[in-house]
Design a protein around this ligand. Structure first.
Ligand code: IPE
Ligand code: IPE
Ligand code: MG
Length: 250
């Protein structure tokens, strides 16, 4: 085990009591293409530059006490990009997981994959499953890598699984509750999202974790993903603390 390496600037997380720290933060890592374009570079250079941002954010999450991060790495809609970019992103995701695995394990991070297997490269699935197996007992933080993830696809897949249960008489329709839905999502152990953040200035969810985010606080930031650091996360957590979470209560 190792402790997170402090941020090179020496910055420390804001001191907040435990009940003010979001348990689960969902992260839409957006703006890589625009970051690259601003520099006259190919879009792929933006994706490459985004790798460090994610792992700095993970270290900052551990420092401040966040227990779960869901990172949107490739959506079910991203197949609509050029074949070259799709191919790059598949290989890149596989390589990032491979490259970072030992270090995540050292930090006590549990890695899980949430996504659809259909269409996803087998080499990517293999790498994700290897990471899940190696880190299964880690407890410092859970990192859900959302690769080939789409919220609508996840609900469709859950409904198919539930329909199969009904067909084989393991379940009757009147027994379906919110718990049944949750139990049939890609990661049934996933916690409700407390804080949902997105970089790049876009203010939409783009099909990320709809079931899990119904009561999430949304924080949209203008920074492009490759420029994100753990300090961006800490700032979002300070914004989160200005919100009044009522959950329907008066
Ligand atoms: C996010 O950056 C990475 C993925 C969606 C895989 P984008 O590639 O969407 O960057 P922009 O939005 O075009 O700037
Ligand atoms: C969301 O970003 C998906 C990921 C970050 C993986 P997109 O760039 O694909 O979203 P849209 O197309 O702007 O909604
Ligand atoms: Mg984008």
């Amino acid at each position: 085990m190792r402790k997170p390496t402090p941020h090179p600037s020496g910055a420390k997380p804001p001191k907040l009591s435990k009940n003010l720290i979001p348990n689960h933060v969902a992260v839409v890592m957006d703006g890589n293409g625009r970051w690259a374009k601003q520099r006259g570079l190919p879009r792929t250079a933006g994706h490459e530059a985004g790798e460090a941002a994610l792992f700095d954010l993970v270290e900052g999450a551990i420092e401040i006490g966040v227990k779960e991060i869901s990172a949107f790495a490739f959506s079910t809609e991203n197949w609509k990009r050029s074949p070259e970019e799709v191919k790059f992103l598949m290989g890149f995701n596989r390589d990032v997981i491979r490259r970072r695995l030992d270090d995540m394990h050292e930090l006590g991070v549990r890695v899980r994959w949430a996504g659809r297997d259909r269409k996803l490269w087998k080499s990517v699935i293999d790498e994700l499953e290897r990471a899940e197996k190696l880190t299964v007992k880690n407890k410092v933080l859970t990192l859900n890598m959302c690769v080939n993830y789409g919220g609508q696809a996840e609900l469709v897949d859950a409904m198919q699984k539930i329909a199969d249960l009904i067909k084989s008489k393991k379940l009757s329709p009147d027994q379906i509750t919110e718990k049944t839905i949750l139990a049939n999502l890609y990661e049934p152990k996933i916690q409700p999202v407390d804080l949902f953040i997105r970089s790049s200035g876009e203010q939409r969810t783009s099909n990320f974790l709809p079931w899990q985010s119904v009561y999430a606080e949304m924080v949209f930031m203008d920074v492009l993903w490759p420029d994100v650091t753990r300090k961006t996360l800490w700032k979002a957590i300070e914004e989160y603390n200005k919100r009044d979470r009522r959950f329907g209560k008066a």
